[in-house]
Design a protein. Sequence first.
Length: 392
Amino acid sequence: MASPIRILTAVPICDGHDSAINTINLEFIRHGIEVIYLGYHRSVSDIVRAAIQEDVSAIGISSYNGGHIEFFAEVIGLLRKKGADDIKVFGGGGGTITHDDAVIMKRKGVDEVFFAGTSLEEMVRFVHQRYGKSRTKRPRPKSFDQQLAHKLSEIEDAYAKGKRPTRLRDATAWQALNAQRPTSKKKIRNSRGARVIGFTGPGGAGKTTLIDELVLRFLNRSPKGRIAILSHDPSVVGEGALLGDRATMINSQDDRVFMRSMATRGQAGGLSPATQDCLALLADSNFDHVIIETVGTGQEAMPFRKNGIVDLTTLVMNPDYGSRLQLQKIVMLDLAEIVVVNKSDLQRARTAHAEIEQRLEQNRRNQHLVDTVAKRHRDPGVDQLFELISNR
Ligand code: B12
């Protein structure tokens, strides 16, 4: 089995027409494609950075507000400049892109432009045919991020073929490359280098928004620091996946943040078969912190238990977990060092805090309980969580 095709989709800057791409994304994932969705109102540099870090085969742009000839050309130009012209560009924009425009766009390097009336089936077929072949001849990476992205793909590809990757073979070269990178690392918590912080919790608790707010604080506090995020979303029937965390992460669209989205590819429990090796590579890569986010998990999940893959575990809860009895069943309440009640502006949050506090007291483990409202800028609860994570 080869890895699924990975593509990035986005809507350009100053454009809020996302309904078309939302429909197209769902059709792609139903047909085995992994789609990293960046959201709307996205700049050329955000799109190219994400495409390189995610090591996608192609970028699909949906453009309705005009300026498409220039925008598509700028994406292609920046990909070339960054040595990533193996990443192809295609897209559409209904009737706003004329046939004459499309001729110019193709001359400038766009693979294909889809017009009004094209069936979803036709677009899926195009992606499978054009981007389905494995990319054997990769360009020589021009940057650290590009090299890292290629290596993460190698690990995922090896697992897709049922093998464990042989990445340790060139570990020395990797370490030498790493040594050239400046780092502001102050804390070395483990032999691998970076501190690995795990975030887990039920779907909809606000993990992604919370991580994005923590990243903002990290970037402000460490003007030269770098952070990596390994984010997971579930694969669906048909083996595609909508990897949508980037669309929520606004502050993390920054050159000092390396983010990689992973699909679970059939593994239960919140992570992918390749997670552990990918995480080890990131932890070896001179980031100050590595954040790992699981998919939304259930009561019995213990995603980070295996081989102590994280240094610190944070469980993010929604105040609406049901009755107090439900708390007894959530295994991570016994294991997490930090428990966050996010959305603490909701009516039930005070009761939730009291009930979870009582539940944690039974453990006698000195666990921390923090209330946050991640969607609120400068939330004091998120500040408190950031200090807690930074100082532990
Ligand atoms: C729905 C819509 C809206 C909705 C958007 C909702 C949303 N969340 O997306 C709302 C009402 C919010 C809206 C707002 C505006 N809109 Co409007 N909108 C449309 C409309 C009617 C349909 C677009 C659409 O989604 N079509 C459905 C898709 C599935 O079909 P399609 O467009 O034919 O696309 C095909 C292919 O191109 C392909 N495709 C499309 N994208 C991609 C991407 C990839 C990767 C691939 C493979 C294929 C592909 O898929 C389809 C296959 O058949 C168009 C008019 C039109 N008929 O195109 C105007 C239109 C795009 N809007 C327009 C305008 C002006 C606006 C506003 C500025 C209006 C205003 N003054 O406020 C705002 C701006 C919004 C913003 N923030 O950017 C103009 C743009 C004019 C231009 N560029 O020259 C249009 C053309 C209407 C018009 N004739 O004036 N709009």
